[in-house]
Write a protein that binds this ligand. Structure first.
Ligand code: FEO
Ligand code: CA
Ligand code: CA
Ligand code: CA
Length: 623
């Protein structure tokens, strides 16, 4: 979303672009070119890491390796009205926005729908997801899927009413019913799915569930019951702007609340003045223009009903997909920021480790480490996600890094905050004080089988100064960073390098920009999904890369206006699920997907949906 573009970090912390420029300039004195700089970077990977070879003339980019053997989607085929997939693969469409999953199973209508219908249908804005298998055969499971956002103009369909505010034309709700519709399109869906004879469909079974901004939730960890959440007798409801997600070794789904600030507004209009904490999280009088506050005072920052409500969002939320009656739990020990996603690893001593990005220009990367062995904690009835240390990352220009703990025991934080709860609620401010490194919009993280942690930094349009000593500027197309922590994920230092600078792929068949979704599969392939303006005529896309060889092969391209996001596989890894989000940006003159008209008909609204992707020969996906 372009809403990530503004900067709320006003600290003096040294930005990552500066660290990177310094580190690269040291390495380019001899080399003198971007390609050589990138090569040096890859070859310089952390101890035991793969040595990649991008930019060293390794051939035509289609060379086949053991890991990636499929024929890629070419530049020529990657920019159409409809998706393109590798000739070695095929896709079908599953759970488009509006698919009925609960009684009375109302069918999707092209146009406007009721809030009551949307509450029992799949939401919009398909994003992070995970497949929880119900069979070993890879033909049956439960998908938990996030619904990041949907514009009013799209969600309200034929009922949209455009309002002019100043110079802006916006679609605001005209009733509480429309607010409820918008809210029900958000949140999470839990959907049982199965394949019959190779065709996937929804199972109308007991696992199916919608979790929306109006579903009861619980708070757990140090912030539960904290005064920052307002009146503790006021129940907590909901999750929203669920971007990416993670899954725990104990079989639960963790959904991440990203741009929560945008759903609040103020009845004071231009007279609204956010307090310092609200300011650091980007709250304004209009938010992103959803207008929920017009009919639902819980979202009005100037109403007593919103007291502390704005601090009830910005968390990781744990959902048990196998227990439809279980209340979603906000795990506050993992901190409050614009959580893009979370990648879990099991660290030394069986401690659970979680890597997380805060997606805003110049915001930070975080890590959570549980206090002890996750199995023994669970056996004692404790959640490992409630008791642990939260850190933020500082990247040093010599390739080392430090994890800085967000703890009230640090005098610098004790001078600012009353208790650990306040530190966690204001994690961004605490990280400012600790001197974390402002990054170029951290998106997804993933942990590779060799122990390296990868993170997409989608772009930073502020990187504008280009000169011989700073060969990466401008870096409007982002890069992927990776690091190795000491002490089996649990240590407080690390070594880092850059995996890929997106700009180095432009003009080649490996072209991509604005990496966002990311997944390291068990064989070591690094999957990359994009969200942003692609180069070389491409739509947004999904690619598979091999850190051992530097190969990047394009598996799928989406449709105009969309992003490709979310990625999960069946237990046998013969089936992969990935999403198109906001196809056509909701505009039926750009695309009607999943209706595949060669010429868009202008009336059939495109719908966010899931691709079910298989190799035609039944092989492992990505191979
Ligand atoms: Fe939800 Fe940062 O994309
Ligand atoms: Ca998105
Ligand atoms: Ca994203
Ligand atoms: Ca993005």
């Amino acid at each position: 979303m372009t809403v990530d573009d503004f900067v709320s970090n006003r600290s003096d912390n040294r930005p990552f672009e500066d660290v990177l420029r310094a580190r690269l300039s040291r390495r380019t004195v001899m080399a003198g070119s971007l390609a050589a700089a990138a090569t040096t970077f890859f070859a310089q990977g952390t101890a035991g890491a793969a040595v990649a070879s991008r930019g060293n003339g390794r051939g035509n980019g289609q060379g086949q390796t053991d890991l990636i053997g499929f024929e890629p989607v070419t530049l020529a085929n990657g920019g159409g009205v409809n998706p393109s997939i590798s000739p070695d693969y095929e896709y079908q469409v599953l759970i488009p926005w509006g698919t009925p999953i609960l009684a009375p199973y109302p069918e999707h209508v092209n146009g406007s729908k009721s809030a009551a219908d949307q509450e029992v249908q799949v939401g919009i804005g398909h994003d992070g997801m995970w497949f929880f298998p119900l069979s070993r055969k890879g033909d049956h499971g439960v998908i938990c899927i996030n619904h990041e956002f949907g514009r009013n103009s799209h969600v309200f369909g034929d009922e949209s009413v455009t309002v002019t505010i100043g110079e802006d034309e916006v679609v605001l709700p005209i009733s509480l019913e429309q607010v409820r519709l918008s809210q029900a399109a958000h949140g999470v869906s839990v959907v049982e799915v199965a394949s019959t004879g190779g065709t996937w469909d929804v199972v109308r079974g007991g696992y199916n569930r919608r979790i929306t901004p109006n579903t009861p939730v619980e708070f757990s960890g140090p912030v539960a019951g904290h005064p920052a959440l307002g009146d503790p007798s006021r129940p907590s409801f909901g999750t929203l702007n669920n971007c990416s997600s993670g899954y725990t070794p104990w079989g639960t789904y963790v959904t991440c609340e990203e741009n929560f600030n945008g759903y609040f507004g103020s009845s004071l209009g231009d007279d609204f003045v956010p307090n310092a904490a609200q300011d650091r999280y980007g709250f304004t009088s209009t938010g992103f223009g959803y207008g929920w506050e017009l009919f639902d005072s819980r979202w009005d920052l100037s109403s007593a009903d919103a007291d502390g409500e704005y601090n009830r969002f910005g968390w990781c939320v744990e959902i048990d997909p196998m227990n439809p009656g279980a209340t979603p739990v906000k795990r506050t020990a993992m901190g409050r920021f614009k959580h893009e996603g979370v990648a879990f690893a099991v660290g030394r001593g069986g401690r659970i480790v979680a890597y997380m990005g805060d997606d805003q220009r110049f915001d930070y990367i975080y890590k959570f480490v549980s206090d002890s062995n996750y199995k023994s904690m669970r056996a004692r009835g404790m959640s490992p996600l409630d008791h642990g240390k939260l850190y933020t990352a500082r990247f040093n220009e010599d390739g080392s890094g430090d994890w800085l703990e967000l703890t009230i025991d640090n005098p610098a934080l004790a001078a600012e905050f009353a208790d650990q709860g306040e530190v966690l609620v204001n994690a961004r401010v605490a990280a400012d004080i600790l001197g974390a490194t402002p990054m170029d919009r951290p998106e997804w993280t993933t942990v590779a089988p060799d122990g390296q942690v990868y993170c997409t930094l989608t772009n930073n349009s502020r990187r504008t100064e280009a000169d011989a000593a700073n060969p990466l500027a401008p870096n409007a197309d982002g890069h992927i960073i990776r690091w190795t922590d000491t002490d089996q994920f649990t240590g407080t230092s690390f070594e880092w390098d850059i995996y890929i600078i997106a700009e180095t792929t432009h003009g080649t068949e490996e072209s991509f920009a604005d990496a966002d979704g990311l997944w390291a599969d068990p064989d070591g392939r690094i999957w990359i999904q994009t969200d942003g303006g692609q180069k070389d005529g491409l739509n947004n896309q999904m690619l598979v890369s091999d850190p051992q060889t530097g190969q990047i092969s394009r598996l799928l391209t989406g449709v105009p206006g969309d992003e490709i996001t979310g990625l999960t596989v069946t237990a046998d890894r013969r089936t992969l699920f990935a999403n198109t989000q906001h196809p056509g940006n909701g505009d039926p003159t750009l695309t009607n997907f999943p209706v595949e008209n060669e010429v868009p008909d202008g009336t059939t609204y495109p719908r966010d949906c899931t691709f079910v992707i298989t190799r035609k020969d039944g092989g492992i996906v990505g191979s």
